[in-house]
Design a protein around this ligand. Structure first.
Ligand code: HAM
Length: 420
């Protein structure tokens, strides 16, 4: 071990385990790629104001969890705690919304940073794959995103997840509800911190996990009863489209997300095998965010799924992904001349697209064969002086142990044939 360790709340992705992470990212991205979403990548840091305004001044993410810093040039930046504000900023900056093709559909995959109290499933550096559909108000778009997330989880083999669905209303009906909720909350016996939260962000109080608070919330006014006709109709359409698609969901009036930009549809994917960090993904509509960051009105919807927690969910369900071995052919040279000849064969095999590795470091036969087996390769390519004198190499099937001599210039074809 070196003097250094990974910083608190972070961990390294290491082979072979890291292959599962890549496969999860791929599995989440595949349905998006297949549905008109284009790939976008934005910087790992942004002007801190973007998140303060976008995610919300009163959220935990902005007040407690942001890695904010000042550069030598005096810029106030923050490592990105989430992707939505950045993606919208980039789309506006590139005028994607003016190209006359709304919604602008984008997907992304990357690292995010939150200074949270680390525990299983909650890290300071984590990965998300996300999708944003910018510039259209259409319940089918909300439904599309939920259906695609569901599709990717099912493709991974996950079964023990649930979709929680809610509507947070819009600029018209939410303020009325907010005031009613504040009235109710001010009549309760709450600590000072929570009372302050009642003033700035009363909906978050509904999300308080403490039993003493939850007990008092029993008679709280529900947003459902305050939704305006337009929001109600919109929500009903989202629900109908999901039902028609065969995607099961649960109505959860108490679902409040940790970011302030949401309007109308909000949802969370929760997994029942993960303990307290059960949200594997979440998202919703954010019709006002563009204006909040200085853009035009662009009603939008999106989600992000957490890669780390999705991997934990796979583990919780005992699912091992079927990941093909990284190496198909492993070359074992015996002697100097064989080294040169087999190295050339390895290069040819790789150029032909066959995943091939080589016994480096002048290992003896026994050790080299051990490495061949460990690599997961199905074939070993073995050659010694006698083989070379005959112009052949030995192609050994590592499962059956069967060995055949093949002409040196036919190695690529023979290996391909043997691999099927
Ligand atoms: P979020 O709910 O804050 O939403 O994060 C989405 C997912 O990222 C979570 O469900 C979780 O799986 C993962 N995640 C968040 N924080 C951590 C952490 N500290 N450690 C491990 N995993 C974590 C958003 O970020 C929104 N931008 C989603 C969205 C996109 N809404 C609209 N568009």
């Amino acid at each position: 071990m070196s003097t250094f360790q990974a910083p608190k709340g972070t961990y390294d992705l290491i082979p072979p385990h890291s292959a599962t992470y890549l496969a999860v990212r791929e599995a989440i991205a595949a349905p998006l790629r297949n549905s008109g979403y284009g790939y976008i990548e934005t910087p790992g840091f942004e002007n801190v104001e973007l998140f303060a305004r976008g995610v919300g001044e009163s959220t935990d993410i902005v007040t407690k969890e942001m890695y904010a810093f000042e550069t030598k040039g005096g810029d106030r930046l923050a490592l990105r705690p989430e992707g939505t504000a950045s993606v919208l900023r980039a789309a506006l900056e590139a005028n994607l919304h003016k190209a006359g093709n709304l919604p602008v559909k984008l997907w992304y995959s990357g690292s995010y940073y939150r200074y949270e109290r680390p525990q299983k499933g909650r890290y300071r550096h984590f990965s998300q794959v996300g999708a944003e559909a910018i510039g259209a108000e259409d319940p089918a778009l909300d439904a599309e995103l939920i259906i695609l997330a569901d599709q990717s989880y099912r493709a991974l083999g996950l079964r023990n997840f649930r979709i929680l669905l809610n509507s947070l209303g819009d600029q018209e009906c939410r303020p009325v509800y907010r005031a009613a909720l504040q009235d109710f909350l001010r009549g309760l016996d709450l600590d000072e911190d929570t009372r302050r939260r009642v003033d700035i962000n009363p909906l978050r109080v509904l999300d308080d996990k403490r039993e003493a608070v939850q007990k008092q919330l029993a008679g709280a006014p529900l947003l459902r009863d305050y939704l305006c006709e337009a929001c109600k109709a919109y929500h009903e359409q989202v629900r109908e489209l999901l039902t028609a698609a065969g995607v099961a969901f649960e109505d959860d009036e108490k679902l409040v997300r940790g970011l302030d930009y949401y309007t109308r549809t909000t949802f969370e994917f929760v997994h029942d095998g993960l303990g307290s960090q059960s949200a594997v993904g979440g998202g919703g509509r954010y019709d006002g965010l563009s204006e909040m960051i200085g853009g035009p009105a662009l009603p939008s919807v999106g989600w992000a799924l957490g890669v780390d927690r999705t991997v934990l969910a796979l583990e919780a369900e005992g699912i091992t992904l079927d990941i093909p071995a990284a190496t198909a052919v492993y070359a074992v040279p015996l002697g100097e001349e064989a080294r040169r000849v087999l190295f050339r064969a390895v290069t040819e095999l790789r150029r032909a697209g066959v995943a091939t590795d080589f016994a480096y470091g002048g290992k003896g036969l026994k050790n080299a064969m051990k490495s061949a087996n460990r690599s997961g390769a199905r074939l070993a390519l073995v050659a010694g002086e006698r083989d070379l004198a005959e112009g052949v190499v030995q192609l050994k099937d590592l499962t059956s142990g069967e060995q055949t001599a093949v002409a040196l210039d036919a190695v690529v074809d023979e290996a391909r044939r043997a691999l099927g």
